[in-house]
Design a protein around this ligand. Structure first.
Ligand SMILES: Nc1ncnc2c1ncn2[C@@H]1O[C@H](COP(=O)(O)OP(=O)(O)OP(=O)(O)O)[C@@H](O)[C@H]1O
Ligand SMILES: [Mg+2]
Length: 253
């Protein structure tokens, strides 16, 4: 039995808009398991990002419950939620959101100091190791404006990993990258997964989705279906992509 990391029950989310309140998430029930590379797919506007931010506690929900390792995320105070996020979660977005006047190394280290789980010396050591693991050590002393998009995103992944998070949330992490940078970022995410890192990633790209071992399909704020796959192997990438495409066609994607 896989360990449940995150459990969402009847998650509803709506936004007030001109007096109306359209429901963006409609009673979503979902479990995210430890050690999985879980993917959320679905058309633009399906609610993928909304679900990711709800599950991470970054965004509030209108109804339902979210448990992270049994703790009710949606009922914690803002302070306790922020502390839990800093300690347990890592975030990677389409844009890196690196601090522009800090070097890549400083960006990673500062995020590490904020987790308050390790001393400064230990944090700096881990920052160096992670930047090396993410193949960006040569650029570590440069500012975000002085590196390529791929290097910046790899540093952002190092930053997400600095607190040794229980779960990495990624929203279209390759969305702003060219093909070769996307491949490298996906390779690095696969490597983290191989090493046991749990990842929850939103993507609309089958080439990125092949990295996952479980794919959820979201439509109109509901999970319509899911596909499970064996752990990713480079040599199976093509066959997996075909399988995902067939599955998506069956869902009228
Ligand atoms: N703050 C907001 N206020 C009102 N509506 C919102 C807000 N944020 C998102 N929405 C709406 O909720 C729906 C789902 O948005 P969401 O960003 O989750 O979609 P998505 O599946 O991530 O799409 P994409 O693939 O384009 O990123 C969309 O119709 C969007 O317009
Ligand atoms: Mg989105």
């Amino acid at each position: 039995m896989k360990e449940i990391l995150l459990k969402g029950t009847n998650i509803c989310k709506s936004f007030q808009e001109n007096g109306a309140e359209p429901r963006i998430l409609q009673s979503v029930n979902v479990e995210i398991y430890k050690g999985d590379f879980t993917i959320i797919m679905g058309a633009s506007g399906a609610g993928k990002s909304t679900l990711l931010y709800a599950l991470s506690g970054m965004d509030s929900i209108t109804d339902g419950e979210i448990l992270y390792k049994g703790q009710p995320l949606n009922r914690l105070s803002e302070n306790r939620k922020a502390a839990l996020r800093a300690r347990e979660f890592g975030f990677v977005f389409q844009q890196t959101h690196l601090v522009s006047n800090l070097t890549l190394f400083e960006n990673v280290a500062v995020a590490g100091y904020m987790t308050k789980t390790a001393g400064p010396k230990e944090v700096r050591q881990r920052a160096r190791e992670l930047l090396k693991l993410m193949h960006v050590e040569n650029a570590k002393d440069r500012l975000p404006s002085q590196v390529s998009g791929g290097e910046a995103q790899r540093a952002a992944i190092a930053r997400a990993m600095i607190g040794d998070p229980g779960l990495i949330f990624a929203d279209e992490p390759t969305g702003a990258l060219n093909k070769s940078n996307s491949e490298e970022v996906l390779n690095l995410l696969s490597r983290l997964h191989e090493n046991g890192q749990s990842i929850l990633m939103v993507t609309h790209d089958a080439k990125a989705a092949v990295r996952g071992n479980r794919i959820l399909y979201l439509e109109d704020g509901q999970i319509l279906d899911e596909l499970t796959l064996p752990a990713f192997r480079e040599e199976d990438a093509r066959a997996r992509e075909d399988k995902i495409s067939v599955w998506l066609s069956s869902l009228q994607w």
